[in-house]
Design a protein around this ligand. Sequence first.
Ligand code: FES
Ligand code: FES
Length: 193
Amino acid sequence: MMLAFVSLYDTSPVFHCIPLMTNSRVRLTLSAIFRKFIFPKVFIMVLNVNGVTHDVAVEPDDALLFVLRDKLDLTGAKYGCGEGACGACTVLINGAATRSCITPASSVAGKEITTIEGLEKNGELHAVQEAFLETDVFQCAYCASGMIMSTFALLKNTPSPSEDAIVKVMNGNICRCGTYPYIMKAIKLASQS
Ligand code: FES
Ligand code: FES
């Protein structure tokens, strides 16, 4: 148990956690077995999400979306296509709208990650969230988090976007319920606030 716990953090402590083995060759061999077969690539990284730092055990290929949802319980971002084509999983990385399903968690260490859960401040929804609510945009709302995060990023860079600019930026966010006219309306409303 202790071996397993320590090996999550670093492979070298595995070596030091075999105290009963006096033969260093045996210790090295066991350490290598742990490294290769038990926890091949798991390592601890620090993620800064919504202003809070978290130590999480990840493998290099773990998608950020699943780390957020399964390890940090931030389930606002959704899994849609899993290949960067629908926008349901959109979060902000250093302010830029990013598809978390195709972003390795290992690539965002030290960066500022914002999820839909991070938009609300002191119990108040963000103006973009309010605009989408007021416009009564969604039907199933599966796309909602991604739409709102993409809109947030758009308005941060372009506070008063033209309709063409909105279409261009939001083109990668798919709403399977076809609420696009309402989404456009909500974005225009948000841009006025
Ligand atoms: S789930 Fe990430 S873009 Fe579709
Ligand atoms: S409201 Fe259903 S996918 Fe957009």
